[in-house]
Design a protein around this ligand. Structure first.
Ligand code: HEM
Ligand code: MG
Length: 299
């Protein structure tokens, strides 16, 4: 990756204790200057917080008519052979705001929101947090099989030579957990749903690994190439409603859609992801997160 292709700040800054997600629809007269000004001001006054911005396909076309990343499209509803549906709630702009301190993250959120108030309507406004040992609210460690070091860039960033190089395709999906049902399973049954052990976080092996586990459905190779993505999900919520805000970055969109279709039982092998019995997808959107230089060029 050449120096000119710098991702937006915070892509690889893990793990913050706090994250906030804003999904917005732009008013018809909104222009790029307002968005970039909102972003620049908030970044300057909150240097300890990472603020990244990404765009839906329609919004990107409007804001940057000169070029379009090859894979970028709106997320459409996916219907599974497993009887479950992944709804589409595509919006225009996504702000990913994260850092160590929940108060400073919130201050940045307020600042971005205030600066965007005249040009956009906020449709998702969600705070996420890091749980002990990066465990999801199911109690399983999340993020273990993520690529490490520079391999994160290989998985997450559009390579040089392609339109949008240095940027990322992004997928966000808010999941609501049904913990009462999940917690009624024995730990052994829970481990078969996930595909790793709960306490020690070891991947199940051989016959012990069900083809319907979450790991089996998402650990995919195509023509010998592991379809790695870089996940930065966090738990969210309160006592009544809670779950995972799934957030992933990829060098192409197929890596993500292939995993979703395998979870839904649409990949032709007859299996689907048993995690979907215990968690429901409430939103879904694809975004393009331009490199910092492509973002600067919007102005
Ligand atoms: C692995 C949780 C949704 C892709 C995992 C693991 C957990 C987990 C506990 C095992 C540890 C790890 O390697 O991170 C969840 C929960 C979800 C969810 C609670 C929502 C309710 C998704 C979705 C995708 C996905 C929607 C794909 C678009 C992956 C991948 C792995 C993984 C690629 C690593 C597989 C491997 O190579 O071992 N997830 N996940 N997850 N998940 Fe998810
Ligand atoms: Mg594996």
């Amino acid at each position: 990756h050449s120096q000119s292709l710098i991702p937006q700040p915070g892509l690889l800054a893990e793990p913050g204790r706090s994250a906030h997600y804003l999904e917005m629809n732009l008013h018809p007269d909104a222009d790029t200057a307002e968005i970039c000004t909102a972003l620049d001001r908030a970044r300057q006054s909150r240097p300890e917080v990472y603020i990244a911005v990404a765009f839906g396909a329609d919004a990107w076309q409007r804001l940057q008519p000169a070029w379009h990343p090859a894979d970028l499209q709106s997320f459409g509803e996916l219907r599974g052979n497993n009887g479950y549906t992944m709804p589409a709630t595509q919006r225009d702009v996504f702000f990913w705001i994260h850092g160590e301190d929940q108060g400073e993250v919130m201050n940045a959120v307020l600042q971005v929101h205030e600066a965007m108030r005249d040009v956009a309507a906020t449709l998702l406004d969600l705070n996420g947090f890091k749980n002990r040992e990066a465990r999801d609210l199911t109690g399983f460690v999340d993020g273990t099989a993520n690529p490490k070091g520079d391999k994160r860039l290989d998985a997450a960033v559009i390579p040089e030579g392609e339109t949008g190089a240095g940027g990322s395709y992004v997928f966000s999906q808010k999941w609501r957990h049904h913990l009462q049902a999940f917690n009624q399973l024995s730990v052994h049954e829970q481990e078969q749903v996930i595909g790793r052990t709960k306490q020690d976080n070891v991947e199940l092996e051989g016959d012990a690994m069900p083809p319907t586990s979450h790991v089996s459905r998402t650990d995919v190779k195509i023509d010998g190439v592991g379809q790695k993505i870089y996940r930065r999900s966090t738990p969210y919520g309160g006592a009544e409603e809670h779950g995972l805000y799934f957030l992933a970055f990829a060098c192409n969109l197929r890596r993500i859609s292939v995993q979703l279709e395998r979870m839904l039982g649409n990949s032709g092998d007859g299996y689907s992801d048993h995690l979907m019995k215990y968690s429901t997808a409430l939103t879904g959107a694809y975004w393009f997160m331009p490199s910092q230089s492509d973002l600067n060029a919007l102005l």
